[in-house]
Design a protein around this ligand. Structure first.
Ligand code: GSH
Length: 217
């Protein structure tokens, strides 16, 4: 059954792989599932046809037969459950823990990381920018301190690579353009380890090709 996802026609991140279609592409590559991509403009995303798939007018969405999904975390979980790819452990407890890490990535780590990237883009000229940035960096450090302690010398968060790692790394990648990640050598190595995965590289190349095509080069 054909899988179709949506992604930005022209990603604001200029092909750096930070838009949330990247995590879905990556999960599909891990699971060895071919997929089509429907590219949407910001304008199209707010039209009824897209809102019927994604009530908040965002990307990514996922369609497979009569299933239509939104929310990148839910999509990655669906791919892991239906298509495997080793994204969830076979044993029930390991699987529950991997799902807990998926939630931790999206619910505990992503909020301050995302606010930080947004502030760097949208709030740069505000008089309180430096204070806000400092506060956001401290919120991020609080999370990274704990994450770094948990990871220790391990390769992945809980045994073998899982959808929990996929989402956690997808979130941490947003920090690459700041220096915060470098304060945590084990987390920087964790991100690099994930980026070296062939599935990640295929997904990254695919989204970059879209950006190059849209930019005429
Ligand atoms: N929680 C949603 C967030 C989706 C989201 O923020 N998508 C961004 C791209 S990464 C978007 O479509 N932004 C455009 C907009 O909100 O108008 C998910 O994980 O899928």
């Amino acid at each position: 059954m054909t899988i179709t996802i949506t992604a930005f026609e022209r990603s604001p991140d200029r092909g750096r792989g930070l838009a949330r279609d990247m995590r879905v592409r990556w999960a599909l590559e891990e699971a060895g599932q071919p997929y089509d991509v429907s590219l949407v403009s910001f304008e199209t995303m707010k039209q009824p046809a897209h809102l019927a798939r994604q009530p908040f007018g965002q990307i990514p969405t996922y369609e497979e037969g009569d299933l239509s999904l939104f929310e990148s975390g839910a999509i990655v979980l669906h791919i892991a459950e239906r298509h495997g790819g080793g994204l969830l452990p076979r044993d029930a407890n390991g699987r529950a823990r991997a799902i807990a890490w998926m939630f931790a990535a999206l619910n505990t780590v992503e909020p301050p990381v995302f606010d930080h990237s947004l502030a760097r883009i949208l709030e740069r000229n505000e008089p309180w920018y430096e204070q806000r940035l400092h506060a956001l960096e401290n919120s991020i450090r609080k999370r990274l301190d704990s994450l770094s302690t948990h990871l220790g010398d391990a390769d992945w968060l809980d045994g073998a690579f899982s959808a929990g790692d996929l989402l956690m790394v997808s979130v941490l990648l947003r920090l690459k353009s700041s220096n915060i990640l470098d304060e945590y050598p084990n987390l920087a190595a964790y991100v690099a380890r994930a980026e070296a995965r062939p599935a990640y590289q295929r997904a990254f190349a695919a989204q970059l090709a879209v950006f190059h095509a849209a930019s005429g080069g």
